[in-house]
Design a protein around this ligand. Structure first.
Ligand code: ADP
Ligand code: ZN
Length: 724
């Protein structure tokens, strides 16, 4: 028999199948050892066939009892390779825990003690009370881990019982259990009418669903019911959440409902833990995979439902190799398995909502919160007025008044400050004016090296401004306030009040993130100051005030999604206030109080926002009304990079000439970050209309491949999250 094998080497030149033979039977999907060139490497059997037209070498051996890859995964890898231009081997690597590749897998074994010779118990002396107790315990329970017994009865007693031959020790394989201590009681929940209808609709037929529900509308309960039902039908399930929402609460909830059937996959696990969780899923011991983005590759078979919670979250887009969008993978798997794909969000991405409106996904709307509570009132404060009236502090008077009240009432407050990316923009402190690109409606970024304002999409450059062109004010401001500054100010104002801070600096370690949130939940501090990290997941019943200190910051990020992201952030932050009985309040500070994002966000009007923003995107030709392909070229050699860019630009212009309807714009320029890690960077941006996407993208991939030469890399991003 001849076997097609893909070798475990990440290199575009060898990213194809090679024929090998073997005179023993090898199932497709197996991990094998093969000779390759003049070395021995690992590979994966992707197919079998009777003969080969090439001369073949022999497969040395099979490495696992059961194939590590399912037929589904192989088909997925092929699909991504052909359609999304990803390397076959990179996909396979995503499907497997790192520990498995390279073959060095250590199983964790633990000593388990059972009674061997109960008759001998009587021979124990009267004084050996501890030893008797061990035996009695073992008689009752049948057996126990040695570590547990040692803790209970002391290790000398346990050892004595074993040494005397009364009990015996066996080594059992023991899964490392991440977060094993987390326990949450499962509440008995009766579904609301809206929830019931949603569950029924989803269970009724396979397909794609958008579950659009305000925060607190009980989406998680719907997910769990659908999963339960699919498990009963003999299927498996994948539940995806943004990494940051994978809180102990979420885990506890799933553990309480599904017990040992849940396996957890996320970046905080050790290699060993990751391997254990993977193996539970592959062996069928666990049938629910809970995790962040990469869990979409969970090695489950017969998947009945995949849920993408907070589907708008940008963490679902992988921005480094291999570049993939979680939604695409989930869609493939659900079509393959004839399952249900659920996108859930209070603020769906424009793209997803558009598809739902067009009927491509079934739209299910949850209008009410389960507890029937209204969303907190949001007050929009005009910071320009504060300045005009002499208040130069970072807190408006309205926010200070509410903070006072919150502190006196012994409630809690969260102060949110947005930080995203490196870009610095310029803003007039009097009227709030921000310079934008005339063509793209995207805010310009100040480049200090040449003191120019630049558009990160079309590359257009403008002179930096000394005074505001709208109102003539001379105090233009760049930069921003950090979380640390906010904490300092609070400490000055309220020296006795305890404050916690949470941002990337304060949570270097995975568990400090949980620690800070838990401390706040337990009331160990009255104020929590933080970045977007504080906005998700956690329920803080005692929080009555949410302050958004500079709502504009996300707005001026040089990204066509910045309005959308701002809307999503505000909605999410606001959802933190007043989760319990107490009335909540949100104070939003801005220099642009009349911006439509704030108007719609303040009224929790997603649909209104969607209509307006869709309109803007359509007229400026941005996604979801177009597709932007960005070809990033980098090299240590600036001349080479420039030369390749020129060549690439010629290719794109030619392509545009041949497809004038589909490609309507192509630009070449230096990348916003001109140099990273000693590499000079250039970009070519191509705008394609929706009808042309299917036909044009493969051509662009093809052309880009020819640009990859020695010392120069060229790769493509579709609708990149950041133009850096
Ligand atoms: P969402 O994800 O839509 O923001 P959650 O799923 O977090 O909402 O639900 C909010 C709260 O309501 C949770 O504490 C949950 O346990 C509770 N809940 C959900 N459904 C019900 C129900 N039918 N009856 C009572 N409480 C519910
Ligand atoms: Zn522009």
């Amino acid at each position: 028999m001849v076997y097609e094998v893909i070798v475990d080497i990440s290199n575009t030149q060898v990213d194809k199948v090679f024929d090998y033979s073997a005179d023993f039977d090898i199932p497709v999907g197996s991990r094998v050892k093969v000779p390759f060139g003049n070395r021995i490497t690992e590979g994966f059997v992707t197919a079998r066939k009777p003969s080969s037209e090439h001369q073949t070498k022999n497969i040395i051996k099979i490495l696992d009892d059961k194939p590590v890859l399912t037929q589904e995964m192989l088909t997925l890898a092929r699909y991504l390779n052909e359609r999304k231009n990803l390397r076959f081997i990179d996909i396979i690597r995503l499907c497997l825990p790192a520990k498995l590749r390279g073959g060095k897998v250590k199983e964790l074994k633990k000593a388990f003690i059972t009674l061997k010779n109960p008759k001998l118990i009587e021979s124990l002396s009267e004084r050996a009370a501890a030893q008797r107790a061990v035996c009695e315990f073992l008689e009752k329970k049948g057996g126990e881990y040695q570590t547990v017994l040692n803790k209970k009865f002391g290790s000398p007693a346990v050892k004595a019982v074993i040494d005397k031959g009364i009990a015996s020790k066996t080594w059992v394989s023991q899964n490392r259990e991440p977060y094993r201590d987390i326990k949450i009681d499962d509440k008995e929940i009766k579904l609301t009418l809206e929830q019931r209808q949603a569950v029924d609709a989803i269970l009724a037929k396979e397909g794609e669903y958008l579950l659009h529900g305000v925060t607190g509308s009980g989406k998680t309960e719907i997910y769990m019911r659908v999963i339960e039902e699919q498990l009963k039908r003999g299927k498996t399930a994948i539940m995806l959440v943004p990494e940051i929402s994978l809180t102990p609460q979420m885990l506890g909830l799933f553990r309480a409902r599904f017990g040992e059937k849940v396996a957890l996959l996320h970046s905080g696990l050790s290699h060993g833990e990751r391997y254990d969780e993977w193996r539970k899923l592959r062996s069928g011991q666990a049938v629910v995979a809970l995790g962040a983005r990469s869990a979409v590759f969970a090695p489950l078979e017969n998947v009945g439902v995949i849920i993408i919670d907070e589907e708008h979250d940008l963490s679902y887009i992988s921005e480094s190799n291999p570049r993939y969008i979680t939604h695409d993978i989930a869609r493939f798997r659900m079509r393959y398995n004839k399952g249900r794909l659920i996108y859930g969000s209070a603020t769906p991405s424009l793209e997803t909502y558009k598809k739902a409106k067009e009927g491509k996904y079934q739209l299910i709307t949850l209008r009410r919160r389960v507890n029937e509570k209204r969303l907190p009132q949001m007050d929009i404060v005009d910071m320009r007025k504060e300045i005009l009236q002499g208040n130069m502090s970072i807190f408006s008077r309205a926010l200070l008044k509410e903070l006072d009240k919150t502190i006196k009432e012994n409630s809690q407050a969260m102060l949110f400050i947005n930080r995203r990316g490196f870009a610095s923009f310029v803003r007039c402190r009097q009227c709030g004016y921000i310079p934008k690109c005339a063509d793209c409606e995207v805010s310009l970024t100040l480049h200090k090296e040449d003191n120019r304002l630049k558009c990160h999409y079309c590359g257009k450059q403008y002179h930096n401004i000394e005074e505001c062109p709208k109102c003539g004010f001379k105090h233009l401001k760049e930069g921003r306030t950090g979380t640390q500054k906010v904490v300092e100010e609070i400490n000055k104002l309220y020296p006795e009040v305890k404050v916690l801070r949470m941002d990337n600096d304060s949570v270097q370690r995975k568990d400090s993130y949980v620690k800070i949130l838990s401390a706040f939940a337990e009331g160990k501090a009255q104020i929590l100051v933080g970045t977007q990290m504080i906005v998700k997941g956690h329920d803080f019943p005692n929080v009555t005030l949410v302050g958004i200190l500079d709502a504009d910051l996300a707005l001026y990020f040089p990204d066509y999604r910045s309005n959308e992201n701002t809307f999503q952030l505000i909605t999410q932050v606001a959802g933190r206030a007043g989760r319990d009985d107490k009335e909540g309040r949100v104070i939003l500070q801005t220099y642009n109080p009349y911006h439509y994002v704030f108007r719609y966000a303040g009224n929790y009007d997603y649909c209104g926002f969607f209509e307006k923003e869709s309109n803007v995107r359509e007229t400026t030709h941005f996604p979801p009304y177009s597709v932007i392909a960005r070809l990033l070229i980098s090299s240590e050699d600036e001349d080479k990079a420039m030369e390749t860019t020129r060549k690439g630009y010629e290719l794109m212009k030619e392509l545009k000439k041949q497809n004038p309807k589909e490609i309507f714009r192509a630009q070449a320029m230096r990348a916003p970050l001109r140099r990273i890690m000693n590499k000079h960077r250039f970009q070519i941006v191509v705008w394609i209309n929706l009808e042309g996407e299917e036909r044009i993208l493969p051509k662009i991939y093809e052309k880009a491949k020819t640009l990859n030469t020695r010392g120069v890399s060229a790769f493509i991003e579709i609708n990149p999250v950041q133009m850096m």
